[in-house]
Design a protein around this ligand. Structure first.
Ligand SMILES: *Cc1c(COP(=O)(O)O)cnc(C)c1O
Ligand SMILES: *[C@@H]1O[C@H](CO)[C@@H](O)[C@H](O)[C@H]1NC(C)=O
Ligand SMILES: *[C@@H]1O[C@H](CO)[C@@H](O)[C@H](O)[C@H]1NC(C)=O
Length: 740
């Protein structure tokens, strides 16, 4: 039906995110499914050759006055043997024949900026280290000009430090400062310009010496230049060619069935970075951590900033996004439910779709298929629904859910979307059927080929094993620690324990990565409900599915037996022993069982404690915490609380991850709080809970979405593969124009 050659071409275009991007951005790597041709360029520029690998480019040092641009520029020029140009001293003062301060007082701020800018426009220097002025970045035209041939490094110093330094240097006036604008205001105003232009950033601590900052600048430039350095591998080892972040976000699962992990460890945070992170807001922390983990060749910093600001803005009900709240004794709750769909999955899924939209090839349409029985569906729909209009025209989501297998609140959340690019369809069957039907579509080459050629559309998933869903979770575990430090509960370096209700091992794995990046997490406490295969594994080293039946619980989002992200942890803890991982998972396939070597179990138990909680304990704890603290736990959080009470020794604070708002699981919570005769109407359930006046406050977005009840006449289809495929094709026809 489909000519092989064009099918292959489409396949290549559709599957390799960075391929088309690199053609667009003149990257030097051309990749074809399995082969990599390195056309040019030293890929590992060590410091001694960095000077020459920069070639004709300039290193532009940018930052506020007092950041040390001139001094650091000189050190770098000296180390690399490159000429050094200070825009103030070497360009402006010569051209103007007066000091910058004299010029400023003579012509005034605006004129000054303009003249300063046009001096830069005259610039044709290459292969140099250039220290810009503090106000250069305000002038767009000249910045575009110098950036054509330069890598902009932002020396990011905290505003309070700058003010102190300027006082010491007896600088009392900077450009743009008038009688009614304070120094602090103008410095803060300027940050937007630095953020707009930088290619790479160095976070400077108050006590960093110029030499140390120069080291960091060189590191940062080296990383920026070496766009091949951060690659991903499969946990099962069979890797072909180089796989980048932009590939893994699109592919999801590795071709050999393993999960993608970064080849090298995630970066370690330095102590001066940690110092800075302490004073930052959640979105700022996210920006710092994500830009350390996503190479700028995949997503440039300025774009990452836009993504982060969009993800963690007004769509969260709490401006702190993921606040930490004291519960009782040494226990703190990390509230991860302030997002639009009231579970922690929003923290990833407000961000991931935007990264996805950026990384996919421009010329194709993408249909994200999801099978869902719980919180994932609504979070995926909401995340993709919030893309920009242009992205919505080529990215759609279709979620299949078991018509009778999800709660009424969850169904209402998912079926709200009647227009736009996302849609949920009920299936008269169970979750497994939906899941299998989707898998079958992915492996049906005739179908995928047809969709590709006929509609220029590729199928993809956004499931929880996608690396780009895991990475944003590292941010909130780190952020929780910095919050406790800035609240004075901890001094930096003091340990915490974390306790997390988990089924797929995703949330808890993100905490493992946070620990590896340098967050002082002592013990990770893994909390299960009566489906406690993870608890058993972490205690015995044996993962045994035999004789286990999935039990229904009050905490359904952790009712899981096949814990997919565990595979990444095994890879990590065995120092990348992919043969071991592959063997373990093929044993699991054959015998429903694997056992890890004793040495590995020892290492696992250095990281982990594990416990599980019965249904009765879970509900009793919701009740007892409510009466003791006036705070309502959702059933998943309650599972973690029970396990923390049992296993944590009280010698350091413990952060309990609260993965959902209680309103999402209202019937179980009402039962726990001993309400007799609970109404079946979800809106009334929420109103009942709100009337208690307890903490945390009711989730408004959820409440509002329940009021839209009448809108929902969602589609329900029979448990038949061709019916589901028909839904796929109809959606594609509705949403995407034919392109072939
Ligand atoms: C998805 C979910 C979990 C489990 O997440 P893991 O990835 O298995 O750690 C826990 N609680 C809630 C409320 C969820 O929605
Ligand atoms: C820029 O170059 C032009 C022409 O070479 C010259 O007239 C002008 O003075 C220069 N401007 C500055 C600010 O150096
Ligand atoms: C995304 O969400 C925010 C906050 O809820 C909203 O202001 C914005 O309009 C949304 N964008 C789109 C494209 O729907």
């Amino acid at each position: 039906m489909v000519p092989v050659s064009s099918f292959c071409l489409v396949k290549v275009l559709l599957t390799k995110g960075r391929l088309t991007r690199c053609l667009l951005t003149e990257r030097k790597t051309f990749k074809c499914l399995t082969t990599t041709f390195l056309c040019a360029g030293p890929s590992t520029a060590c410091l001694s050759t960095l000077g020459s690998s920069i070639g004709k480019k300039n290193i532009l040092i940018m930052g506020p006055p007092g950041a040390g641009k001139t001094t650091v520029g000189r050190i770098i020029g000296h180390r690399l043997g490159l000429p050094v140009i200070d825009v103030d001293d070497d360009i402006l003062e010569k051209a103007w024949d007066m000091t910058v301060a004299e010029k400023l007082s003579k012509v005034g701020g605006e004129q000054f900026l303009e003249e300063e800018g046009s001096a830069l426009l005259n610039f044709t220097i290459s292969g140099s280290v250039i220290s810009l002025t503090g106000s250069n970045p305000i002038h767009s035209r000249s910045m575009e000009h110098v950036k054509q041939n330069g890598i902009a490094v932002y020396l990011d110093v905290c505003t309070e430090d700058i003010i102190e330094r300027l006082e010491r240097m007896k600088v009392d006036r900077i450009v743009g400062q008038g009688p009614d604008v304070s120094m602090r205001d103008i410095l803060q105003y300027r940050q937007q310009f630095y953020k707009k232009w930088y290619d790479t950033r160095v976070l400077c601590g108050a006590s960093d010496t110029p030499d140390e900052i120069a080291d960091k600048v060189l590191e940062a430039v080296k990383r920026y230049q070496d766009s091949e350095s951060e690659t991903f591998v499969s946990t099962r080892g069979s890797n072909t060619g180089k796989t980048f972040f932009s590939d893994v976000i699109v592919e999801g699962l590795a071709p050999d069935g393993g999960l993608y992990v970064p080849l090298n460890d995630l970066p370690k945070l330095t102590s001066s970075e940690c110092q800075r992170l302490e004073d930052m807001s959640f979105p700022e922390r996210a920006q710092v951590l994500l830009e350390r983990c996503i190479h700028p060749a995949d997503v440039p910093s300025a774009h990452l900033l836009e993504i982060v600001e969009r993800a963690y803005g007004e769509n969260f009900a709490c401006s702190r996004i993921a606040p930490v709240r004291h519960l009782m004794h040494n226990q703190y709750v990390l509230e991860l439910f302030h997002g639009p769909t009231a579970s922690f999955k929003d923290l990833s899924l407000q961000l991931m779709p935007q990264l996805f939209a950026y990384c996919i090839p421009q010329m194709c349409n993408y249909l994200v298929l999801v099978a869902t029985s719980g919180d994932t569906g609504s979070a995926v729909l909401e995340g993709f629904n919030n893309l920009s209009d242009i992205d919505k025209q080529r990215i759609s989501v279709l979620a299949f859910f078991p018509e009778k297998g999800i709660s009424s609140i969850q169904k209402m959340q998912m079926t709200r979307y009647v227009e736009g690019n996302v849609k949920a369809v009920g299936v008269n069957s169970d979750f497994d059927f939906c899941q299998r039907a989707i898998r079958k579509m992915f492996t049906n080459a005739e179908l995928t080929g047809f969709l590709a050629v006929e509609y220029g559309t590729a199928l993809t998933t956004a499931n929880s094993i996608n690396w780009a869903r895991l990475l944003p979770q590292v941010v909130y575990h780190s952020s929780a620690y910095f919050d406790l430090v800035s609240q004075g509960v901890l001094a930096f370096g003091d340990p915490i324990d974390v306790c997390i209700p988990t089924g797929n091992f995703g949330n808890v794995l993100a905490a493992v990565y946070a620990k590896r990046m340098g967050i002082p997490i002592r013990k990770l406490i893994c909390a299960s409900n009566q489906n406690h295969i993870l608890t058993d594994f972490l205690r015995t080293g044996e993962y045994d599915l035999n004789g286990r039946r999935l039990l229904m619980s009050a905490s359904p989002s952790i009712d899981i037996l096949k814990s997919s992200n565990l595979e990444r942890y095994l890879y990590l803890i065995s120092n990348g022993d992919w043969q071991l991982v592959r063997d373990l998972y093929s044993q699991l396939e054959r015998q429903n069982l694997f056992r890890v070597p004793g040495s590995l179990l020892d290492r696992i138990q250095q990281d982990f404690l594990a416990g599980w909680c019965s249904e009765e304990e879970c509900l009793a704890t919701i009740q007892s915490v409510h009466s003791a603290a006036g705070y309502i736990l959702d059933p998943h959080t309650a599972v973690a609380k029970v396990v923390a009470d049992r296993l944590q020794d009280g010698t350091c604070p413990v952060v309990i991850a609260s993965t959902a708002h209680y309103a999402k699981f209202a019937p179980a919570v009402l039962k726990a709080l001993k309400f007799q005769e609970v109404t079946a109407n979800p809106l009334h359930q929420l109103q009942l809970l709100r009337s208690l006046g307890s903490l945390p406050p009711v989730h408004n977005t959820l409440l509002e979405s329940l009021k839209e009840e009448d809108k929902q006449k969602h589609k329900v289809c029979e448990a038949d593969h061709s019916a589901l495929i028909h839904q796929v094709e109809t959606l594609i026809q509705d949403k995407f124009m034919k392109v072939w």
